[in-house]
Ligand binder design. Sequence first.
Ligand SMILES: Nc1ncnc2c1ncn2[C@@H]1O[C@H](COP(=O)(O)OP(=O)(O)OP(=O)(O)O)[C@@H](O)[C@H]1O
Ligand SMILES: [Mg+2]
Length: 338
Amino acid sequence: MIVLGLETSCDETGLALYDSEVGLIGQVLYSQIKLHAEYGGVVPELASRDHVRKLIPLINQLLEQSNIEKSDIDAIAYTRGPGLMGALMTGALFGRTLAFALNKPAIGVHHMEGHMLAPLLSATPPEFPFVALLVSGGHTQLMAAHGIGQYELLGESIDDAAGEAFDKVAKMMGLAYPGGPNISKLALQGSATAFDFPRPMLHQGLNFSFSGLKTAVSIQLKKVEGQNREADIAASFQEALVDTLVKKSVKALKQTGLKRLVIAGGVSANKRLRERLEADLAKIQAQVYYAEPALCTDNGAMIAFAGYQRLKAGQYEGLAVTTTPRWPMTELSNPNEA
Ligand SMILES: Nc1ncnc2c1ncn2[C@@H]1O[C@H](COP(=O)(O)OP(=O)(O)OP(=O)(O)O)[C@@H](O)[C@H]1O
Ligand SMILES: [Mg+2]
């Protein structure tokens, strides 16, 4: 089965073709980063309009580079939520309409389920059950994943998401969006122990809070103004955040008795996080799994793949175009029991 995946929940237009026999057969991605740069954040209306402009040229490019005809597509998966309402509508309308025209099934996919299943596309995919650490621009969650659509929320951020904390700290330091890659690059030249930033809520269950850490960095930045300590601040901030993610993940593995940790979302591309997890999980005979860096941030491949998991069980949408801008992942069902 060849599934076309469409991702338009925020500021990336991602399209991909997943073939259940051979794996990924093509993908294209257009990022709107430059479009939103002058506003310091994503402008929803501009995002929607740009998806509309890019969807048709991108699908033509994808079909051409993959050597696939529209008629070869067996099903279409699009991001149904969570995300920006207008942006979601563009991909959902495009996908549902194309599926109708081709007389093929369409499925609306949960964006975070897409992120979480992306590591299953790697050469050494994890098996269920596992604990998932979802760390992106809008989410920081620990989930116990027992199978497709069988997700149990173990903990989440009560304020900023991990990626959001990276982005906000980067902004304070005058670094460009997205902040994560820029902070981690600068951190290579600094000392992770230069400043002892707080590890919020470390000993309180599995929830996270990063807003106090962000404030602590802001105060420290003012204190050392003009002293050329930015690299030390970046390294110490990254260490505090990574330390918190690692310790909570270990706690979640111990609590559930599971031995596999899947990390997903943009922050899972962070090298220091991967290093620390490899080291700390080895101590408890557990293993960490992640996607290749290009599949950590938003992309069409993860949507095609997650869509396929449901389509193969016979799950698909009716003709109505539905988007769900707020959508807890725990509301998803097991497609084999639906
Ligand atoms: N190497 C890195 N280190 C730390 N953070 C990173 C790295 N690469 C990307 N990020 C962060 O990942 C985030 C983007 O990830 P992603 O595209 O998964 O999030 P999103 O789609 O904006 O949010 P959501 O998926 O929750 O809707 C940004 O906050 C970015 O700073
Ligand atoms: Mg995302």
